[in-house]
Design a protein around this ligand. Sequence first.
Ligand SMILES: Cc1cc2nc3c(=O)[nH]c(=O)nc-3n(C[C@H](O)[C@H](O)[C@H](O)COP(=O)(O)OP(=O)(O)OC[C@H]3O[C@@H](n4cnc5c(N)ncnc54)[C@H](O)[C@@H]3O)c2cc1C
Length: 416
Amino acid sequence: MRFSALRVIKEALTGHKGWQPLWRNPDPQPAYDFVIVGGGGHGLATAYYLSTTFRKARIAVLEKGWLGQGNIGRNTTIIRSNYLLPGNQPFYEFSMKLWEGLEQAFNFNAMVSQRGIVNLFHSDGQRDAYRRRGNAVLLSGADAELLDRDQLRAMIPFLNFDNTRFPIKGGLSQRRAGTARHDGVAWGYARGADLAGVDLIQNCEVTGFRIAQGRVLGVETSRGYIGAGKVGVAVAGMTSQVMAKAGLRLPIESHVLQAFVSEGLKPVIPGVITFGAGHFYISQSDKGGLVFGGDIDGYNSYAQRGNLAVIEDVAEGGMALMPMIGRARLLRIWGGIMDMSMDGSPIIDRTPVEGLYLNAGWCYGGFKATPASGYAFAHLLATDTPHDTARAFRLDRFAKGHVIDEKGAGAQPNLH
Ligand SMILES: Cc1cc2nc3c(=O)[nH]c(=O)nc-3n(C[C@H](O)[C@H](O)[C@H](O)COP(=O)(O)OP(=O)(O)OC[C@H]3O[C@@H](n4cnc5c(N)ncnc54)[C@H](O)[C@@H]3O)c2cc1C
């Protein structure tokens, strides 16, 4: 079933009786050529590109719950490619290009909206740092623009420009950045993969790996043993626990990150805005809710909900930036488990176990990476060579000192 305007009109006129489920619900086969562990954004995108672009078959995605129950359906939906470091920037720009053609490619409305982002700066030093980042973005061929205070006043007049403690001096803008409907992205990739023959197996938890002579042979699951030629693990916040079952200890910690949504308001926020004097970012969903967030809770956790201290901190950030937010009622809060790496950048690599591959360490920022991450991981699984834009995301970079520390925070996963 293909989606189109014509189809929507036809279904509207015939009582919506022709819609079909977006994917099948198959039982697991005894063995596959490729087993992807984790039915989040990255696992589903990997299976999609593996089957459609790299023309591989006999692929399964194993998800312990339902597709999209993890961070892919819990994030604040921001997409952008305004990274500084050469290890990161080409990868995120590749992802942005994939976002730009994604809905046509997988024929699903993921509500990709290039409404722009502005990262505010509040001091001369911060302006210099943002100018440097903007120049790096421009040099890589992506878009960036430094806006002054007057341009910002005209664009987002409701910000607290007269706050003497955090004066807004300008902002770094990327007009091609924006938002996408997070669970629509999971559903689009799932549907696309299913149409290409991938078995999406829900309620199937991977409980162990069968490994002989240093090579993975398959996975133990809550639905029995499944043999595999190659196994790709993309389980985000559960990475340390799952990879421990293969005997691997990783440079990753799990932390909870919360998201907040207000009641629906009339359109007020034109794009994504980030506060530079605290950790606070905000956009407005198409339903009208203000969608915002801040820091991780700062302690290790596998809970999908956080604590009051961060709620207060995020509310303070919002009030300092745009006092009118104090009039909006908070509707929903939730949390997701973040796979925080030691340098704040991801890992897309082989592991010391032959046939076992890892996609992890996405920290706060893995949603925007979903298309490129899926593509690069599929490339690695299909060809055993890294994708050009993901060469730096090696597992051994922590041992060798080739870290990609975008924030310059050092080996402190709670600070990235
Ligand atoms: C509150 C919040 C806000 C965020 N905001 C942004 C943002 O604005 N922009 C941005 O770029 N990023 C953002 N992120 C980060 C982004 O959402 C994640 O980095 C990204 O979604 C992680 O990849 P994923 O989609 O594959 O993870 P997930 O969706 O978590 O997928 C992992 C899947 O693995 C499954 N799994 C785990 N263990 C097993 C097992 N043993 N067997 C089988 N399956 C298993 C889980 O059930 C889960 O479905 C945010 C995250 C959160 C929580």
